[in-house]
Design a protein around this ligand. Sequence first.
Ligand SMILES: [Zn+2]
Length: 137
Amino acid sequence: MTFTCSVAKCRNAKRAAENNNDLTFHRFPVKNKTLCQVWVTRCQRKDKINVKNARVCSDHFVHTDYERDLQNELLGLPQKKILKPEAVPRKMNLKSDTGEQNVSTRATRMNERARKDLVQILLQNEETSDDPVKIGK
Ligand SMILES: [Zn+2]
């Protein structure tokens, strides 16, 4: 049996026998209809998804979407990838939807603020200096 990812833009597929890479395929949360609908919407498919057989691959989830496999973690064994009950696929546009742009914008803003603070500190030092240096004549 071959699993194919249900996400429209994703071409990931794998045979059940191939367990030698990190890619895993997750069943739709069929017991929770609302959540299941969110999964279907996220897949952005034009055709209908048969949620009973469909799978979404692990490329669309982030690390925090998975339960911690404490037993294997302690034993140093490979982690079982078990999704948290409320997890939804979130990385749908694999090439650009990485959140990198947001991070860099935030970093730029922080740099700007840090520079302003530095200017403020320099100005304050100048004002409170006990031995002002006279500039000019
Ligand atoms: Zn996929």
